[in-house]
Design a protein around this ligand. Structure first.
Ligand SMILES: [Zn+2]
Length: 246
């Protein structure tokens, strides 16, 4: 499902989101951002979006707020050489799932199963589990069931757990974006996960700090209020900052 039209965050909204979401779990930060991205959408419904759907909306919000191009950085696991690379929100959005989250039939081992994409609500349940193995089982128990008419209780084994967890990943390619990276220095090749929630949140944190510095400077120079300064467009505010500094 491609996200509906998403409005970018205004300067004032960036500060509001950052203030409300600081020190919260990334799952909460993501839902908070969705509230701003889709103010018309009921909150309960957004909690039931698959993680891929959630991330598609966050990519659209990031594109509207900061721009399409993502400049990312990774460190080579072998030689620690830094690697800079570019991604694009639009290119990532192209792999968003095209349908709503519903049950799909898959074969795993000798059985037929019905699986659906995990949602924010499923992940909230999973992260409260005692350990990663328990978390995975919690997730599977919510998102996997025996095929209709199959009354036999689900017998979890190491093999079908791992297999079904992988099937969940295939259903929702945007839920875990894996990047194939290669170090120019030593030739090492590895896969890194790109997590839009953490990445975008860090950007918003940096932007908030910058905005507050600008408010501080312009308020002291011109006597304007925070609200007046945040209402200025990006370009005008930037020019006033330049003049205040010269
Ligand atoms: Zn290397």
């Amino acid at each position: 499902m491609m996200p509906q039209i998403v409005q970018g965050l205004s300067a004032a909204a960036v500060l509001e989101v950052w203030e409300q979401g600081a020190n919260r779990h990334p799952l909460d930060q993501a839902l908070l951002l969705l509230r701003y991205a889709c103010p018309e959408e009921p909150f309960e419904a957004m909690c039931e979006w698959s993680i891929g759907q959630r991330d598609a909306h966050l990519l659209a919000l990031r594109r509207q707020t900061i721009g399409d191009r993502i400049e990312a950085y990774a460190e080579c696991p072998a030689c620690r050489n830094g690697l800079e690379f570019e991604l694009s929100c639009s290119a990532l959005l192209a792999s968003a799932p095209t349908s709503e989250s519903t049950w799909t039939t898959v074969q795993q081992g000798s059985r037929i199963w019905e699986v659906r994409r995990p949602t924010s609500r499923d992940l909230v349940e999973a992260i409260s589990a005692a350990d990663p193995a328990q978390a995975r089982r919690t997730l599977l128990s919510r998102c996997v069931r025996g095929a209709s008419g199959d009354v036999e209780a689900v017998a979890w084994t190491e093999a079908n757990e791992a297999g079904l967890a992988a099937r969940l990943g295939e259903l929702d390619p945007l839920a875990e974006v894996l990047l194939d990276l290669r170090c120019e220095q030593c030739g090492e090749q590895w896969q890194a996960v790109f997590d839009i929630v953490t990445f975008f949140w860090n950007e918003l944190q940096a932007r908030s700090r910058r905005l507050l510095q600008e408010v501080d400077l312009l308020a002291r120079t011109y006597g304007w209020t925070e609200r007046e300064i945040l209402r200025l467009g990006e370009q005008r505010r930037g020019l006033y900052v330049e003049m205040a500094l010269s």
